[in-house]
Design a protein. Sequence first.
Length: 292
Amino acid sequence: MNDNIRGEPTVYLNGDWLPLSEAKVSVLDRGFIFGDGIYEVLPVYQRKPFRLQSHLTRLQRSLTAIRIRPPMAEAQWAELFDNLIQRNESDDQFLYLQVTRGVAKRDHGFPNPEVPPTVFAMSSPFQRPSATLRNAGVAVVSLPDERWLHCDIKSTSLLGNVLARQSAIDRGAPEAVMFRDGFLTEGSASNIWMVRDGALHAPLKNHLILEGIRYGLLQELAEQHQIPVHIRRIRQQELTQADELLMTSATKEVLPIVTLDQRPVGRGPHAGKPGPIYAKIRQAYDQLIDAL
Ligand SMILES: Cc1ncc(COP(=O)(O)O)c(C=O)c1O
């Protein structure tokens, strides 16, 4: 029952279903003027959202954090997502949802009286990471984390992330790994994991990183496979001695990082190649998707 209008993706904007090119918001939208909004990205496999409840919980948390009254209850968001999935063509999709503080005369303070938030949702075909990419792995470069102190909010104000990603691209790497005061935070659009002596290590869940939905998921998968997990502050130098490095995000799923600043990650036969802990986690992740 997909009703792609003129072969374009069908999107949702403030109660209407439209072809993407017809979805328009005012230039006074606070998302446009101030980056005053939050977003979610969730993967859909075979038309089934993956880890929906975790995304809904994080959505609620982001709205609360920036003091936007939730425009919908959880069941309504779920229905909206379901509708969006059915109205679009691909079986594998990723959904993008953005909620901003709405349209108002430009003023830094919140609109008073309150205005309705702008709600926009779209779906894109999801090309899962290819076998070639999974086998080849990803190159990353180290960068200072120059973002604000509320990276735990999934805010649309992403200038710090955008500039970090572009610096990485300028240096020939698809992702940046960021450090604040000498400690690992995260990637420009991913969480970063270190493997050492058979254990997974991840930075603390605090205001300095976004708690990815795959952050909790990897912990679960590691537990199921008897891989110890250590959540702690990780010094920048430790990454140069890692056995493996991994990155996770909704669209990259889980990928091995094979070079850090052009040096191979790991030692021995796995140097510069995906390692055994990656292989285990990857397999477990795929099994979850297959079981959907
Ligand atoms: C800064 C940042 N950290 C972490 C993540 C991973 O989060 P998730 O696993 O929910 O995609 C993302 C996702 O885009 C991100 O932008």
